[in-house]
Design a binder for this molecule. Structure first.
Ligand SMILES: [Zn+2]
Ligand SMILES: [Zn+2]
Length: 364
């Protein structure tokens, strides 16, 4: 088999159509024909070859074993077209959602189901060829998941923003009462998903913080019980006043110096600051306060396969907000155009691309 792929050949290079061999799957491997692929803002960074850390520093992907040419696209739904001889959980013709954050499969983290912690992670659409292509290969059938009952374009986004939101809420909910205040900073796309997730998981004290009143209104509709209009500066006092005491957890979907430091300042004993946003900044923590209050600061990036399964269950139950979806045709021009649109910031909701051949666009 071979596939057309829309790849980046060098850092900051244009999207280019290439022809790539796809070996027939063996063992537990699966090959899918891409029917839906979400275009994620992360891809604009991957294309640049790294993440800006501020002060002129770049977190270089090449230093993490990620090289060009790169076929991006990690939010993938596809139809199974070939399976290895050991595959039992799916058959040719099945429509499946791909879990992209794949680890080595052998280390202690992978065996425990925590692929994103693997030191030899090789994610689909990053280190392995992704969904901006006709075909995508997945090395193990466990990573292709039945999403019956969920709209395919929504399912695709659950592989990225969905697992990210879910995983962060798990860290915040660990050993908490449903009435302990959990603060969500940044009520944009992923933050709103987290608020809906906390609510769906039975949490009853959710504090939304944002600089935009419209976002706070949506946050309330999705389950936030308290909202705080931030000014962009230190919001700790305003948050403490709104809660009427310290918070048990803060999930920071912004990750600036001011949000992270305000987040730390509102925590009570045993509190957790969970950092998710990649805005960039620095955290200054008084060591004695960290000790006496027994505080934790945790980074949360992506999520496990099990998180994606549980997020799908919430979507099936109608408990997640419907994100506006902007649809496009999966070809070189659309991949290029969608990435440019994300850079300039003109996208409401998510862009999801599908091949133009009508037979492959199948909705549930
Ligand atoms: Zn993504
Ligand atoms: Zn591993």
């Amino acid at each position: 088999m071979s596939t057309k792929a829309y790849a980046v050949l060098e850092a900051n290079g244009p999207i280019t159509t290439i022809e790539v061999d796809v070996p027939p799957p063996t063992g537990r491997a699966v090959v899918l024909e891409v029917t839906h692929v979400g275009v994620c803002h992360t891809d604009t960074h991957l294309r640049e070859g790294g993440y800006n850390l501020g002060n002129g520093n770049l977190l270089r992907l090449a230093d993490r074993g990620i090289n060009f040419p790169m076929t991006m696209g990690h939010e993938v739904v596809g139809r199974v077209v070939a399976v290895g001889e050991e595959v039992v959980g799916c058959a040719i013709g099945d429509l499946r959602l791909v879990y992209p954050w794949i680890g080595c499969g052998e280390c202690i983290h992978c065996l425990a189901g925590h692929d994103p912690l693997c030191a030899r992670q090789a994610s689909i659409g990053v280190a392995r060829p992704g969904g901006y292509a006709e075909l995508v290969s997945v090395p193990d059938e466990k990573y292709v998941v039945d999403f019956d009952g969920v709209e395919p374009a929504l399912a695709a986004t659950l592989a990225c923003s969905g697992v990210t939101a879910y995983s962060a809420t798990s860290k915040a909910l660990d050993a908490r009462e449903p009435t302990d205040p959990i603060v969500v900073v940044g009520a944009g796309g992923v933050g709103l998903m987290a608020i809906a997730t906390l609510n769906a998981r039975g949490h009853r004290n959710i504090v939304a913080v944002d600089v935009n009143p419209a976002n706070l209104e949506t946050a309330r509709e999705l389950g936030a019980t308290t909202s705080v209009l931030a000014t962009g500066e230190d919001s700790a006092e305003a948050i403490l006043a709104a809660i009427g005491g310290p918070a048990s957890g803060v999930i920071d979907f912004v990750g600036s110096s001011s949000t992270a430091n305000s987040g730390l300042d509102v925590l009570g004993k045993g509190g957790r600051l969970i950092l998710v946003g990649l805005f960039g900044g620095e955290l200054k923590a008084p060591t004695v306060v960290m000790t006496i209050k027994m505080l934790s600061v945790m980074g949360s990036f992506l999520g496990d396969l099990q998180d994606m399964r549980e997020m799908l269950a919430l979507a099936r139950g109608g408990q997640l907000p419907s994100i506006p979806i902007q649809r496009g045709v999966l070809d070189r021009e659309s991949v290029e155009g969608s990435l440019s649109q994300l850079v300039t910031g003109g996208v409401r909701g998510r862009i999801v691309l599908s091949p133009s051949t009508a037979s492959t666009i199948v909705e549930h």
